[in-house]
Write a protein that binds this ligand. Structure first.
Ligand SMILES: CC(C)(COP(=O)(O)OP(=O)(O)OC[C@H]1O[C@@H](n2cnc3c(N)ncnc32)[C@H](O)[C@@H]1OP(=O)(O)O)[C@@H](O)C(=O)NCCC(=O)NCCS
Length: 180
C-alpha cells in the first residue's frame, strides 16, 4: 500500500467493482477500449483477476474510500532476451469526474517513487497518443522527457469502414537518477 496526502494506492478488491464500472463502462481513450466492462458481474470478475497483481493498484480517495482510478504496469527487460527486468511502462486512468484536481499526478509520483526505490526499476517510459493532452501534461509534470513521436504506431479500434485506425504515439521517459 502507498499513502499520499489525499490518496491510498492499494491492490484491488472485489468490492471495488461498482466504482471501477463507473469509469470502465465507457473507457475514456481508445487505448483502453479493450478494458471496457459491460456489467457489475463482469467488473467483479475483473477485480478478482486484479487482486493477484501487486503492481495493479487502485487509486482511492482517503476521505471517502472511493476508487477514483487506477495505475498499473509490469517490469520489462530492455530487450526480450534480457533477464534484468528494470524497465517499466505504467498506464494510468482516472474516473474523469475526479480529473483536474491533481490526483493523477499525486498517484503517479508516489507510484514512480515506489518503483524506483523499492522495485529495482531504472527507467520508466510512457506511451500516449498525440491528441491526449492531459496525459502528456501529466508526463511533463512528472519530469518525463519527450523522447519521440511514432507515426501510425498502433491501432486500438477500427474506422467505420472496418480498416484499422492507426494512431500517432508519443513516448516519454524518466530515469531513476533523474527522478530521485
Ligand atoms: C490522463 C489523466 C489521468 C490526467 O488526469 P488530470 O486530472 O488531467 O491530471 P491530475 O489529476 O494530475 O490533475 C492535474 C490538473 O489539476 C489541476 N489541479 C487542481 N487542483 C490541484 C491540486 N490541488 N493539486 C495539483 N493539481 C491541481 C492542475 O492544475 C492540472 O490542471 P491542468 O492540466 O489544466 O494544468 C486523465 O485525463 C485520464 O484518466 N484520462 C483518460 C485515461 C488516459 O488517457 N490515460 C492515459 C492513456 S496514455
Amino acid at each position: 500500500m502507498i499513502e499520499t496526502e489525499r490518496l491510498i494506492l492499494r491492490p484491488f478488491r472485489e468490492s471495488d467493482a461498482a466504482d471501477v464500472l463507473e469509469y470502465l463502462h465507457t473507457p475514456a481513450v481508445h487505448c483502453f477500449a479493450c478494458m471496457k466492462l459491460d456489467s457489475l458481474d463482469e467488473a467483479k470478475a475483473e477485480m478478482k483477476k486484479r487482486t493477484e497483481d501487486e503492481l495493479y493498484l487502485a487509486i482511492v480517495l482517503k476521505e471517502s474510500g472511493k476508487v477514483i482510478g487506477e495505475i498499473f504496469g509490469h517490469p520489462e527487460g530492455t530487450d526480450p532476451e534480457d533477464e534484468v527486468m528494470d524497465t517499466f511502462s505504467p498506464c494510468w486512468m482516472l474516473n474523469l469526474e475526479y480529473s483536474g484536481k491533481g490526483y493523477a499526478y499525486e498517484a503517479a509520483h508516489a507510484y514512480f517513487d515506489y518503483l524506483f526505490r523499492e522495485k529495482g526499476i531504472r527507467r520508466i517510459y510512457a506511451y500516449t497518443e498525440d491528441y491526449n493532452i492531459p496525459s502528456q501534461r501529466l508526463c511533463e509534470r512528472l519530469g518525463m522527457r519527450r523522447e519521440g513521436l511514432f507515426m501510425e504506431f498502433v491501432s486500438f479500434i477500427n474506422n467505420p469502414d472496418g480498416t484499422p485506425l492507426y494512431e500517432n504515439t508519443m513516448q516519454y521517459a524518466i530515469l531513476k537518477k533523474e527522478f530521485l
